[in-house]
Ligand binder design. Structure first.
Ligand code: ATP
Ligand code: FE
Length: 338
């Protein structure tokens, strides 16, 4: 079984080939056009996808050493994401599968992030999480705790009631005048800062839910107040601010995850999504593994942010169940997992 995966939900155009569960290629074109605007501009993203999609698919097939005729199915991200971006990948996948007369498989982007843990790589040990496991899914648009019962049964047991964790990083970075996306920049600067230099209020939200909009506001007010006393505050303390913000976000994320793991008695715990690239969060997972006896699963960097390998692996499982997509199905912008 050879699956071509296509991802175009936001600002990365990606294509990947997975054969019998093993990744043969994973090619991504990032879009630099958005940097000047401090965020993704949907119309520009859509146009860049149009320019990138054919070369990216070509490169993925070439690197995999696969001809179009060898493909068993085309899997694509149907949503959630930006409608204009999704339309490019969806239209391409539909046309490509029709011209080859092979099945089309639609994939939920969030399910893809979780199933990134099932991507096998050549000559690399394969040790996926065992069901049922908990997955902390933290990305630019989502922050949720998912109870994963099988490749297909996923239950969101907690989620953010406002901003996502990645969004909190990006918005706070903007407050500090850092470039977009701010998450990776904060991660880098935080390495030189003191996470205990200040304290930020943590939200108290019920159950396994999260909230990050209050944190963003208190971060903004703290900087505004300090700037009144010292106009150079931001320049002088940028690294400390990054370290404090990062450690507060990680604490908030881990606190609810500990609660869920304890109450549900699950010690298989994974992390996924763009924010799982964060070094402090990755360290927190390793520490929790040691302290609480969890088996922790931390994805390889290239599988944290958006990539088509996670779409291809999800498509691979759906294809085996015969879950194909009707050509008439349109993409969707908003949806939950599963
Ligand atoms: P979704 O998957 O919810 O639709 P998305 O696809 O836009 O959203 P991802 O590509 O999974 O999101 O993740 C992007 C987010 O990850 C951005 O908010 C970015 O700042 C954040 N991010 C990436 N690397 C790091 C890092 N090292 N530290 C913190 N945040 C990071
Ligand atoms: Fe994503």
């Amino acid at each position: 079984i050879t699956i071509l995966g296509i991802e175009s939900s936001c600002d990365d155009t990606s294509a990947a080939v997975i054969q019998n569960g093993v990744m043969l290629s994973n090619v991504t074109a990032n879009q630099d056009v958005h940097k000047a605007y401090g965020g993704v501009v949907p119309e520009l993203a859509s146009r860049a996808h149009q320019q990138n999609i054919i070369p990216v698919v070509d490169a993925a097939l070439n690197r995999a050493g696969i001809k179009r005729e060898d493909l068993s199915a085309v899997a694509f991200t149907r949503g959630p994401g930006l409608m204009g971006s999704l339309l490019v990948g969806t239209s391409f996948a539909k046309g490509f599968s029709q011209s080859l007369n092979i099945p089309l498989v639609d994939v939920n982007h969030l399910q893809g992030h979780v199933l990134a843990h099932f991507i096998q790589e050549k000559d690399t040990p394969f040790n996926p999480p065992k069901f049922p496991f908990l997955c902390l899914l933290v990305s630019g648009g989502n922050s949720q705790i998912v109870l994963v019962k099988s490749h297909f049964e996923m239950e969101v047991i907690g989620q953010t009631i406002d901003d996502a964790a990645g969004e909190a990083f990006d918005k706070c970075a903007k407050v500090m005048g850092l470039p977009y996306p701010g998450g990776p920049v904060i991660d880098r600067l935080a390495k030189e800062g003191d996470p205990k230099a200040f304290t930020l209020n943590k939200p108290s939200i019920e159950g396994y839910n999260y909230s990050f909009s209050g944190l963003k506001t208190s971060f903004l007010y703290m900087i505004r107040d300090e700037l009144k006393k010292n106009p150079n505050f931001l320049e002088e303390r940028k690294n400390d601010l990054c370290a404090v913000l990062q450690s507060t976000v990680v604490d908030i994320l881990m606190q609810k995850l500990r609660k869920a793991a304890k109450e549900l008695r699950i010690n298989e715990v994974a992390v996924a999504g763009g924010v799982s690239a964060n070094s402090a969060l990755r360290n927190a997972f390793v520490e929790h593994g040691e302290k609480y006896g969890w088996n922790v699963y931390i994805p390889k960097f290239s599988f944290t942010t958006d990539n088509a390998a996670m779409i291809a692996i999800t498509g691979y499982y759906k294809f085996q169940k015969g879950e194909y997509c009707d050509i008439a199905l349109p993409p969707f912008a908003k949806a939950v997992i599963g």
